[in-house]
Design a protein around this ligand. Structure first.
Ligand code: MN
Length: 129
């Protein structure tokens, strides 16, 4: 990959969004952002990011419904989607796995490891099931 990965961040919390975006941009990633799942889906279809970081609790459609919408559409079905969540509960982790997320990144992010985590997930693509 000669170009830096394009990362779509779907997050309604402005501080979380800004931190994730700034940390990625410092490392040279290209970023797109959306504050709702609906806007995120539109952007994903148009821009075909290498990876999507998807918050779960969003106004309107939630992150799990958004994942299903992305998977249901041929032009976005191959994009890896990462649950971007503050929950450390096992039930939530199981629920996100069952929904088909390709990985999980916890908030608040660890700025030292976050860029490498995102790069690994963007490069690896969809998880084999
Ligand atoms: Mn949220």
């Amino acid at each position: 990959m000669t170009e830096q990965p394009l990362v779509l961040i779907v997050e309604d919390n402005e501080r979380n969004l800004k931190l994730a975006r700034d940390v990625l941009q410092v490392k040279g990633f290209r970023t797109l952002s959306a504050a709702t799942a609906e806007d995120g889906i539109v952007l994903a279809r148009r821009e075909r990011p290498d990876v999507v970081l998807m918050d779960i609790q969003l106004p309107g459609m939630d992150g799990i419904a958004a994942l299903k919408a992305l998977r249901a559409s041929g032009d976005t079905s191959a994009i890896p989607v990462i649950a971007f969540t503050a929950s450390v509960m096992k039930e939530d982790r199981d629920r996100f796995d069952a929904a088909g997320f390709d990985g999980r990144i916890l908030k608040p992010i660890d700025i030292r490891t976050f860029p490498d985590e995102v790069r690994a997930l963007a490069t690896r693509g969809r998880r084999a099931r």
